[in-house]
Design a protein around this ligand. Sequence first.
Ligand code: ATP
Ligand code: MG
Length: 415
Amino acid sequence: MSNIANILEAQLDTISLRQLSAISAVANSRGVKAYLVGGAVRDALLGLPVHDIDITVVGLTLCVAQNLADALGGVIVARSQFNTFAVDAPDRRLDFAMARQETYQQPGALPTVSPGTLRQELARRDFAVNAMAVSLNAESWGELHDPLHGMDDLRDGVIRVLHDGSFADDATRILRAVRYAERLGFRLDANTARLAMQDTAYICTISGARLRDEFVRVLSEGRAVSILEMLNNLGALQAIHRSITLDACGLAALRRAAADYADKPTLLLSILAYDMTSADKADFIRRLRLPSRLAQIITDTGLAKSRVRHDPSSDVLSRSEIYMRLRALDETAVLGCSLREENSIVGRRLTLYLDELRYIKPVLDGDDLIALGVPQGRLIGELLNDLLKARLDGQVKTRQDEIDFTLSYQSCPSC
Ligand code: ATP
Ligand code: MG
């Protein structure tokens, strides 16, 4: 068995190393076996920065978890029925889990869980590269446990499921497989790729919340667009929702969004939603149990598209009209729509709004209007709105223009 203590010491920062030695001391004094597992081991072995610390303890109990939290100077902030504990330590959060075995009664259902050995714990994981553990007990500190040959896959650049029923048990693993492959520059091994394609239908067995979480993780990855493209090729995007389509225009828009803009996940979502019908949007939002912010982006993408639609019978929209039609919409949705829009007139309207109109404001405010003699009340709001329109349409350009506009407004008999 190889020992990777030197790799851990090189890859983990001092805070994590200090935390691991505190865990080691508790494991030894309580006579339990503790391991660093999952992504931290994978990333350390690849020479990548390590973010999350996940610890598996064989036979973990609340009492041992409490000892661990105390030794870290932290508190247990969450506990699940499967004896997993999230501990908020002063410097960062760690996750502890009891080593367990799982059996899936039916595809997509949550597994039946019972205490297990380290080997069983690793065998329930998604891919061999994520199924390695490093011992933290003093006498075996740094020993690598790799019964499923994750090291071979790291060397070969391969994402491999641990058994043929893996995607049927939990089809979120299809999204995860592609995500890791793209992130790490790996490929799916031939059998895993075949199973992924064959088992996309099981995605419908996944609960909305779990599917949403994995989908948002996809959208948040650096190489999100390539992941979406690969999921599309596997048929997995369509399995997430029948209305997600990815044609050449959609892909080009996604690439532009990913290259040029921050807040990428929501922007990508907007572009994916662009072509959906209203009924499909509502169904997609329900299926993925999207929170209101994301639901809003999807809905507003459709509204942005329709509100400035090019209508040959009345194809002149003033600048203020464009502004008024778009101003209540989420700006990410308007941006997503503009990146995806193929009609040049509509595209220009959206871009005009984003680049220029939304920043235009009158110079005068409510106090200025009152000082000019406008009575307090509803008229102030109306006048500010009309001032804004006049600014947008270039009818007023200076502060004096706005004052003149205000004075003539008051003397207007219809007011
Ligand atoms: P990331 O850098 O994306 O966080 P990670 O490997 O830490 O990568 P997590 O989603 O944080 O991934 O999960 C931690 C570990 O839990 C994984 O490495 C994997 O071993 C296991 N795991 C997570 N999700 C699943 C799943 N759906 N099926 C089986 N094992 C899983
Ligand atoms: Mg993680």
